[in-house]
Design a protein around this ligand. Sequence first.
Ligand code: HEM
Length: 562
Amino acid sequence: MKRHLAAAAVEARGDRSISTMWWWELRVTWSGAALVAGVAAAAYAAVVVAAEALWWRPRRVERHFAAYGVGGPGYRFFVGSSIELVRLMKEASSRPMDPQTSHDILPRVLAFYHHWRKLFGPMHLIWFGRTPRLVVSEPELIREILLSRADQFDRYEAHPMICQFEGYGLSNLHGEQWTRRRRLLTPAFHTENLKPLAPFVAATVSLMLDDLLREAEAEEELEVDVVKWFSRVPQEAITFATFGRRDHSGVGAAVFRLQGELAGYATEAHSKVFIPGYRFLPNRRNRRIWWLDRQIRANLAKFVADLQLQERSVNGDGGEEDEKEEDGGGGEMREFMSFMTPAMTAEEIIEESKNFFFAGKETLVNLLTWATVALAMHPEWQERARREVVAVCGDDELPTKDHLPKLKILGMILNETLRLYPPAVAMIRTAKRDVDLGGGRCVVPAGTEVMIPVMAVHHDAASWGHDAADFNPARFAGDERRRHPMAFMPFGGGARVCIGQNMALIEAKVALAVVLRRFELRRSPKYVHAPQVLMILSPQYGAPVIFRPLTSSTTSATAAAS
Ligand code: HEM
């Protein structure tokens, strides 16, 4: 009987386990099916999202612009117009300028614009990957973008690698954060505050020329690659303006050196389609980039900490001498740090200083380089500028703040250089919402990037006449109100206009004045005229220029002639 009951119990358990298995199998089957369905749905959703982003939306945007008569090279899956653009640029930069003295550099420097403008007009649509970029080169529409409708556009969100390189300072801030920072720093860049910079730069360039003269002792003249040679001018000037002292410790120079290497990686990133997450891969390249960034930040942090320590010790005993640089008769200057320390964290100060170091160096080196190349190509303007410098500053005086407004010809030469060779060849904005441009001429959909090809505007015969490609500083002698205000915008325009433009013009005028008084500049037979744009406009093969020392009798003759 017991055995019977046990068998029945086993049977019943068996039945239960069979029924459980059945239920379990059903659940597994169901959840398996659900999983498969879930995966299929997710894959479908991903395909739809990808198709929308990479195909349907670009097609819709193209049709939208076509309805306004705006055409372009056409969207290609994933890459947009990038491949064609890179091909056009590479082809153009494979040949130097012909003739070698030509300033008609637009077809070489902005080859894609030059090519597509001929096909599709001054307003056309190109694609940076899947992002639409509307190219706008008419001054009146640019005025709307930068001034009257500026609130509807945002400064373009740069590639994270570029932001890391440039620093999260003014250039890369947005909204309220940018407004507060800009308000805080604007007074630091007023001409009045920057006046001591003139004697400082004059003394720096004078020392650099003394070194050159020593090198030239045995020779009549020497060849100088001005791209490399001029780099010391903004380096010293930015360090002085930011921290209030000359870079005795070499920390500033170290930062510029490290930034130089980082710039190479940033330039590479600039020309590539952005792949999210790629910069976090711990490959060799990225590890080097992280190391460079850490070193730059560590150097700047040391600078900031040293200054804070010194400030505390000055305030602590109330009597210690501040080892600030002599102002050379220019008056007191409040260094940028003193604007930043009361209102910003150490981290913010480091990022902002990084931004100044970036924004103020290559741009100025470029301006000085192209101005020197232009003066070497145009001896008649060189001679006129030299005569003016001698007449204004006297025979052997260094230029001071009071001389600067009187150096009018030099000012015209710098403007003409900035017109033909603008260091920032283009600017980009992003439409925050749908924006109506030109009173119904074209509605720019939210998210569209708008590219302003500054160099093309500067070379446009409609604004500058049939001799637009000639170097003729005299065009800046007349009444500038005759021209559209946006026909000349080397420093941008509107609220985000270059905060450092006064600083740049002081540095450039003083540096050139000091050079012109002591040296004659001539074209080197080795110079190959080949401007190209990397992140900014640069000479592809460097810029060797012949410097011939002027004897004091030559400068006296110049003075007599003036
Ligand atoms: C020849 C020399 C220079 C040129 C051609 C130049 C050009 C420009 C341009 C075109 C912009 C506007 C970019 C845009 O709107 O998208 C800009 C912005 C800026 N520049 Fe300069 N720049 C020069 C020198 C300097 C110097 C010396 C400094 C400072 C040390 C500086 C600091 C800045 C900063 C911080 C911004 C961002 C301003 C903002 O968004 O509020 N620049 N520059």
